[in-house]
Design a protein around this ligand. Sequence first.
Ligand SMILES: [Zn+2]
Length: 314
Amino acid sequence: MWSLKNIPKMSVLILAALGLISWGFEPHRQINRRACLLLPEPMFGFFRHHIDFLTHHATDPDSRRYIDTNEAGKHFIDLEDYHEFCLPIDSIPQRWDSLNIHYSADQIRKFGSLPWNIFFKIHHLKNAFKASDTMLILKIAADLGHYVADAHVPLHTTKNYNGQLTNQKGIHGLWETLVPKLFMDTILFSMESPHYLESPLDSIWKFIEESHSCLPLTLEAEKWVKENLDIQKQQQYVQNGKIISKTYSEEFIAMYHKRLNAVVEQRFISAIKMVSNCWYTAWILAGEPNLPYSLNDEKPITQSPQFELEHCDH
Ligand SMILES: [Zn+2]
């Protein structure tokens, strides 16, 4: 942590970077990694063998945003825009074919296509399992884990994705990068086996609705902390490599976390379970094919990588 007076003026590069915008990179990696551990055999042997790949590549979709202009819209859904700025969610066409009757391709790209993207990825993964194409299975599974995790973040379901419409800029990184850092290494969750999703699209919409229902508290809690914490104590400077950034103070993050009453933890755990459900469902749909590597010929699981304060755009 740095105090302002200790920082030479010209060398300070103050970025709002930590207030930018998806689960941070490390939460994405941890969600994919922990989802592997819930799978039953024979999936478990295969996913465990490739657990480092699935961990490291959990953030590939965010990296692609810089080279593929069609990528960004796959990470979010601005629900207000879909219903001409007025909810309820259940008035939005849930099926892709009916959506395309009501909205142009440009509108869908702009408003976001996260639920349908997840649905298509499940079917792409099914096809990869059917083809026994190991590299394709791994790449699609890593991507699918990323998108499912994004859909568990309330701020991925709204056009006010970074609080920019309510004078709360930076809240995206606060919610999904800074708060998870407080619990990610110690959080406990039950090792429930995944279950087959009878109707994947219905399940996807259900967790998106759950995420969206957390939005009022997500915004209200940040306002409450701003009103109840001395303004001098609300921000701090941190150094990440050569970059010095202004961000929320530790006290602010802790108060926000407490005010949210474990909502971020619940969404984090729900994301882990739903990633394993989606992988498992794709494998069942593919006809439960055999997979290379069993539990007996596995290498030990290595330590997970160090936490990094990075995150992607909306
Ligand atoms: Zn993302």
